[in-house]
Design a protein around this ligand. Structure first.
Ligand SMILES: Nc1nc2c(ncn2[C@@H]2O[C@H](COP(=O)(O)OP(=O)(O)OP(=O)(O)O)[C@@H](O)[C@H]2O)c(=O)[nH]1
Length: 303
């Protein structure tokens, strides 16, 4: 009789430039929307874990913010978070889009990975649906060469598309293959250990950012102030959206409050789906001046 293969478990983390497709790939791997995707860079603020369950393995995916050169205290905090995460995980995968040349941003991150000696390093060439076969082949070579040069080689380099689903199964297999032997870390069926309130805040944040100007992503923080359940009605969720300036408050609220109303309708749908119950959502917009630079405010807003 064949010996059953040992159970594997551990943590993996996808890193890469802003917009490299980390959140979308995380969602494709876990099969549920846990991380927040947006066509704007640098929207992933929290370390969000998705869990991949297999009979013989369990992978805990940690989705970090994009590693970037910090400009503000918030940027610095995000980078610290990334470095802490990198030092702790078993596998780190650098995501590089198939349709964009390997550049200084990718090399900056590869060098940061070299400073985390414990973990296995992989590379995923993402968004292959946007590139020709020729482009993908060239990108695989370029990424492999960069790995050889900067961190002694990637253990595996895999092309995939989270949008078409092509090769996502291979990405999962490769991530699991490099995990150490170990027991189950979480019960079956658990997809994320993010607190509900953080996920609710992220849903509102995503809706509030949809279709607005470029400087807003870094100037917006969302906090769930209170959740109450009256006997005779749906769950009431009170959420505050913080902006830095009055002008930004105007953008979020929109003419006659139309935009905020729309944000409320769209995020309420997501929250109801997440919680599986009817929700009354109360959204308020507040100005917290220069919150990105103020340690006290950052702490209050959960950073
Ligand atoms: N065509 C295509 N688009 C993709 C794919 N994966 C991601 N995208 C798009 O690329 C953009 C960025 O994707 P994200 O997953 O948010 O990227 P990210 O690396 O998590 O970005 P940050 O949170 O800014 O660090 C979004 O508009 C996605 O829809 C893919 O496989 N194919």
């Amino acid at each position: 009789m064949l010996e059953p293969s040992p159970h594997r478990s551990g943590f993996a983390c996808l890193v890469g430039r802003p917009n490299a497709g980390k959140s979308t790939l995380t969602n494709a791997l876990v099969g549920q929307k846990v991380a927040i995707t947006s066509s704007r860079p640098q929207t992933t603020r929290h370390t969000i874990r998705g869990i991949l369950h297999r009979p013989d393995a369990q992978l805990v995916l940690v989705d970090t913010p994009g590693l970037h050169r910090p400009r503000t205290l918030l940027g610095q905090r995000l980078n610290d978070l990334v470095h802490e995460t990198l030092a702790e995980v078993d596998v780190v995968a650098l995501c590089i889009p198939a349709d964009e040349k390997v550049g200084p941003g990718d090399r900056f991150i590869a060098e940061a990975l070299a400073a985390a000696p414990r973990s296995t390093k992989l590379a995923f060439v993402t968004k292959t649906d946007k590139a020709s076969r020729q482009q993908i082949a060239e990108q695989l070579l370029a990424v492999t060469a960069m790995g050889d040069q900067l961190l002694g080689g990637f253990a595996d380099v895999v092309p995939a598309s989270a949008v078409s689903g092509e090769q996502v199964d291979v990405v999962a297999e490769v991530l699991l293959k490099h995990l150490p032997e170990g027991p189950r870390l979480y019960p079956d069926g658990e997809l994320t250990d993010e607190p509900e309130q953080v996920m609710i805040a992220e849903l509102v944040r995503e809706a509030a950012l949809e279709g607005v100007r470029d400087e807003l992503p870094h100037s917006l923080a969302v906090v769930v102030e209170e959740m109450t359940k009256p006997d005779d009605g749906p769950l009431r969720v009170h959420v505050w959206i913080y902006v830095e300036r009055d002008s930004q408050k105007g953008i979020v609220i929109g003419r006659g409050g139309a935009r905020l109303k729309d944000v409320g309708i769209r995020s309420r749908r997501g929250i109801e789906k997440l919680l599986g119950t009817k929700v009354h959502l109360d959204l308020r917009v507040k100005v917290a001046k220069d919150w990105q630079r103020d340690p006290k405010q950052l702490q209050r807003l959960g950073f």
